[in-house]
Design a protein around this ligand. Structure first.
Ligand code: PLP
Length: 431
């Protein structure tokens, strides 16, 4: 076990792995196997009864994926993690692990569009209500809470608004009520450690900055091990009442000898077992490769995004630049409190020429890629009004912070002069 006191740069290279005991291989091997030979029937029964932890079947766990899980848990300051097949699966599991039909969660309105859709439609169709509240008023979370509220949910640095979420304030409202705060930290790995501010669970799309190379879809849930599920048995029945699908196990009791990991064990042995959103060992390996350079990459993303924001602010074609460094008052104070070392890699801006200028700008880019993604090593751009937000009415778009001339950039790792040269020629072409 790697010493958790090591610096993030060191943990990113070492946590969860030393060398292969069989071969001495230093790089984590890709254990491309579906299943694992049991030592004996007693060993097999112990594994199934959770009396002993070990490999059973790759849908539920895999040694390559285990390294990824340990590494991210260490970087995040949590006790354990669960890797899954996408960020969407991580979000769904993080909520479904606590709430079922008839229950509700309270979520910030400032969300990735795919999460919004899942919450507003798919989970609703399954009987799980998501109550959306404005995150600028933390007390709105308390007001939306009732006896069936099982979790609060938010993103640390949500785009397009890029206003940092009041993590400590909302976590403090939930804790005495037995309600954990689940934070999607996809846009701010290493810059923010939500568990240190009171969040109980952290969710990632590892597809973005964590993997960093735009090669592999993946997701991950980190259990903070810092939430007292047992003292709030009425509030959290899924962790505190006998689970019929696991011979009556009460998760807070059965898992106690293994540590404060009831939440993440249940997510693995119930949700991953039954719903099957397993990460492939190959993708786990790719994401591990990405993590090795995350501490180098993330601050470079921040530096390039900052330089882009400053440059755009001086352009006559641009009416507004959306970046935490350009906010003031409480928004800026939160950005400075929760993001350390940089304001992230995303920048938004509004073009004076509106919708048509936005489209012309995107169509004129030569270096930046026009894709629906963020957090790639390459710089990316999109015009949300004609793509990710095109199903919404212009009024709805505006309420999510997307004007007709809004463009989102994800600053990559290219030389800043080359990025700015491409933006310059595209702005000129946009008119
Ligand atoms: N969370 C955030 C903040 C995202 O930006 C995304 C994807 O864009 C997701 C979750 C979903 O992740 P994935 O695409 O890996 O399913």
């Amino acid at each position: 076990m790697t010493d958790r006191k090591l610096h993030p740069k060191t943990l990113a290279l070492h946590a969860g792995w030393r060398a292969d005991p069989a071969t001495g291989a230093v790089a984590p091997p890709i254990y491309q196997t579906t299943s694992y030979q049991f030592h004996s029937t007693e060993h097999a029964s112990n594994l199934f009864a959770l009396a002993e932890l070990g490999n059973i079947y790759t849908r539920i766990g895999n040694p390559t994926t285990d390294i990824l899980e340990q590494r991210m848990a260490a970087l995040e300051g949590g006790v354990a993690a669960l890797a899954v097949s996408s960020g969407q699966a991580a979000t769904a599991f993080s909520v479904q692990n606590l709430a079922r039909a008839g229950d509700n969660i309270v979520s910030s309105t400032d969300l990735y569009g795919g999460t919004w859709n899942m919450f507003a439609n798919t989970l609703k169709d399954q009987g799980l209500e998501v109550r959306f509240v404005d995150p600028t008023d933390p007390e709105a979370f308390r007001r939306a809470t009732d006896a069936r509220t099982r979790a609060y949910y938010a993103e640390t640095l949500p785009n397009p608004k890029l206003t940092v979420f009041p993590i400590a304030e909302v976590a403090a409202i939930g804790r005495p009520l037995g309600i954990p705060l689940i934070m999607d930290n996809t846009a701010a790995p290493l810059l923010c450690r939500p568990l240190e501010h009171g969040a109980a669970v952290v969710v990632y799309s590892t597809t973005k900055y964590v993997g960093g190379h735009g090669t592999s879809i993946g997701g991950l849930i980190v259990d903070g091990g810092n939430f007292d599920w047992e003292s709030h048995a009425d509030r959290q029945p899924l962790l505190n009442t006998p689970d019929a699908s696991y011979h009556g196990a009460v998760w807070t009791q059965v898992v106690k000898p293994l540590g404060p990991i009831a939440y993440i064990v249940r997510a693995r042995v119930i949700l991953l077992r039954d719903l099957g959103s397993a990460l492939s060992p190959f993708n786990a390996f790719q994401i591990l490769q990405g993590i090795e350079t995350l501490p180098l990459r993330i601050y470079e993303h921040c530096r390039n995004a900052q330089a882009i924001a400053d440059w755009l602010a001086a352009r006559r074609e641009v009416t507004t630049v959306i970046h935490p460094s350009r906010q003031d008052g409480s928004q800026r104070a939160r950005a400075d409190k929760y993001l350390l070392g940089g304001y992230g890699g995303l920048v938004g801006f509004e073009l004076a020429g509106g919708r048509e200028a936005g489209r012309r700008f995107i169509d004129s880019l030569k270096l930046l890629y026009h894709v629906a993604n963020i957090g790639d090593a390459r710089s990316l751009a999109i015009h949300p009004a004609s793509t990710t937000h095109s199903q919404l009415s212009p009024e709805e778009r505006l309420s999510t912070g997307v004007s007709e001339g809004y463009v989102r950039l994800s600053a990559g790792l290219e030389h800043i002069d080359d990025i700015l040269a491409d933006l310059d020629q595209a702005l000129a072409a946009a008119g």
